[in-house]
Design a protein around this ligand. Structure first.
Ligand SMILES: [Zn+2]
Length: 618
């Protein structure tokens, strides 16, 4: 896969030859989470020159943007947050006039730069704040190696503006190249072409030739090694972790080719995974060419790699066809969960992927119930209303799992073969474009009508997309493997018997199903019996540990106290922190304990996590 894909040539034509026309304008949908007005003036290419300074926790940089503007455009608007702007130049040497609006919480400041009719580039000289929300600066103590500091970014949803002045809307795409200077003993990586070995000058060059939206801008700097898995995939991690990671992700190439067989060629050349230190707030982030991943997926038995299938699937859904606004977030995530399950089915069989589907259904039902009781029932619609709100509030199971079941219901209604052909064409025809919910439904209806003479009913779409809760005919996965777990649970309840022979082949998912379906109330002695049987308190598997520790809090199982505190302090992944803190604060003593632990843990968390838990625990 070393050849240059055809769209690259097209792209050179579009950007290289006519930077100042609006002809190539993609479908521009006004995005309420960005100050920019791309329909008047937009960016097309970024040249970023930056120096990373760990001692002051700042990046000093120049962002030179090639722009395309309408003939009468007088200004171009960028999103910024907590940046100190030193100066702005037009076409490299002409001092520009600019103004920064007052800061708005969550959204930052608009930077409006005056442009002329023939302005080709805008260069912004600036410095980031030590508190820049996208950047997490780790001390050596917070890394596995304990010798060197580490930096990583998390730009999604609207945090890119805190480290690069940009048009921070998923509907605006651009290519980029960059030169980044870091301490000479560290390696730098971006969502671009990447080095495999350290360069002792500390200066790294990057190129991203496929156009991306700003939320996919990414940078990681640290003591990092690389290990190949195939000719187009591999793993980056701290030296002490890289072998473990390469073992865990041994199926990476199989996943890429499996995905290609399903929905078309992988269009980003290289696919690598970097395993970050534990404070990374998400499971994974689908930064193009290099997925950023939490070390909590290194379970030691390859049982949590569906997360990698998920991030890989984003190379099509999300990175290639991108939600136009964060209110269409389900288009990124629902499609990706669907695709992820299909990859897992292809690699490991339907009885495996149906476990994932059933877990998704259970988690979705819980989320809907939770949003209903907390007066957020409107947020159970697939199409969200996030105006004036932090788009992070849309990151719930609804986008992921309701989106998944919506797509699965189309598959089940009209057949898999038809649906697969539809998805493949949908990705191809909309590649490197933004898509909103209305554009998607129009495409879907038209496709099924034209190709299959099938009419997709408006009522069906309305029930899934614009209505709260779940339609009555939502698909209900059936998992034979989970039915065995249910029988095992029944047997325990009836006879008190726990037979290790019956659980010897269980995967993480079966254990999770077991732990999530324990009796409604457990005595301390029963918790002890369970722990002796499954060794849950000492589990190295973060998924299992989280469900177990939630039970431990609920039933006051004190032997797990130390593990709970250690886990909360040393893990930054919000998915695990949330249920544990939520369970703790249900009682006054628990809340006191949660606050005490949070005080110690907070310095280890990324902004994305502290932003959630400051509200919960203060
Ligand atoms: Zn995702």
């Amino acid at each position: 896969m070393k050849s240059i894909p055809y769209f690259f040539t097209l792209f050179l034509l579009a950007v290289g030859c006519e930077p100042k026309t609006m002809k190539e304008q993609p479908n521009m949908i006004q995005d309420s989470h960005s100050f920019s007005k791309p329909s008047e003036a937009r960016v097309t290419h970024l040249h970023w020159v930056a120096t990373i300074d760990f001692s002051s926790k700042t990046i000093t940089a120049t962002a030179t943007w090639q722009i395309a503007a309408a003939g009468d455009a007088k200004e171009i608007i960028f999103d910024t947050k907590d940046l100190s702007i030193e100066k702005v130049l037009l076409d490299n040497d002409q001092v520009a006039t600019y103004k920064l609006t007052d800061a708005v919480p969550t959204f930052g400041q608009a930077l409006a730069v005056g442009i002329e009719r023939d302005t080709k580039t805008v260069s912004i000289f600036y410095k980031t704040s030590p508190d820049a929300e996208a950047l997490q600066w780790l001390s050596p103590q917070q890394t596995a190696g304990k010798k060197n500091p580490f930096l990583f970014t998390q730009s999604q949803a609207i945090l890119a503006r805190s480290w690069v002045p940009c048009q921070d809307s998923p509907s605006v795409r651009f290519t980029y190249d960059s030169e980044v200077t870091v301490p000479s003993n560290l390696l730098a990586l971006m969502s671009a072409s990447n080095p495999k070995t350290i360069n002792h000058t500390g200066v790294y060059q990057f190129r991203m030739t496929q156009p991306i939206p700003s939320y996919l801008l990414a940078l990681a700097v640290g003591e990092i090694n690389y290990q190949d898995i195939s000719s187009r995939s591999g793993v980056y991690a701290e030296p002490s972790i890289v072998d473990t990671a390469a073992w865990e992700f041994a199926d990476l190439e199989k996943m890429i080719s499996g995905a290609e067989e399903l929905y078309g060629k992988y269009r980003w050349d290289q696919y690598d995974v970097i395993v970050l230190p534990p404070s990374f707030p998400f499971g994974g982030m689908e930064n193009p060419r290099i997925t950023f991943a939490t070390p909590t997926i290194l379970a030691g038995d390859r049982s949590l790699t569906s997360l990698i299938a998920h991030e890989l699937a984003h190379s099509w859904s999300g990175n290639l066809v991108t939600n136009a606004t964060w209110e269409d977030f389900w288009l990124n995530e629902g499609f990706t969960v669907y695709f992820e399950h299909r990859i897992m089915e292809k690699l490991y069989g339907k009885d495996y992927s149906e476990m994932l589907a059933l877990l998704a259904r259970q988690s979705l039902d819980e989320t809907i119930e939770d949003l209903k009781t907390h007066d957020n029932y409107a947020d159970t619609k697939l199409k969200l209303n996030l105006k004036g709100r932090n788009p992070d509030e849309g990151v719930t199971d609804i986008a992921y799992n309701k989106g998944y079941f919506f797509l699965r219901s189309i598959e089940e209604k009209h057949g898999r073969e038809k649906f697969d052909r539809f998805i493949k064409d949908y990705f191809n025809e909309n590649a490197f474009k933004a898509m909103d919910t209305e554009g998607f439904t129009a495409y879907l209806k038209n496709y099924y009508q034209t190709k299959y003479s099938i009419s997709i009913e408006d009522n069906f779409l309305k029930a899934w997309i614009y209505t709260e809760g779940l339609p009555a005919d939502c698909p209900q996965p059936v998992s034979t493997r989970f039915e065995k777990v249910n029988a095992f649970l029944q047997q325990w309840k009836a006879s008190g018997k726990l037979d290790p022979q019956q659980t010897s082949t269980w995967s993480t998912h079966e254990w999770l199903h077991f732990l999530k379906n324990l009796p409604d109330s457990l005595a301390r002695s029963q918790m002890e019996i369970l722990d002796n049987f499954g060794h849950f308190t000492s589990s190295g598997n973060a998924e299992i540990l989280t469900v177990w520790l939630t039970n431990a809090i609920r039933y006051d199982y004190t032997p797990a106290d130390a593990t709970l505190e250690h886990f909360l302090i040393h893990t930054g992944r919000r998915k695990f922190l949330n249920p544990l803190y939520q369970e703790l604060i249900k009682t006054p003593e628990g809340k006191k304990r949660a606050k005490g632990i949070y005080r110690k843990a907070r310095p280890n968390y990324h902004f994305v996590a502290t932003n959630t838990f400051d509200k919960l625990l203060n």
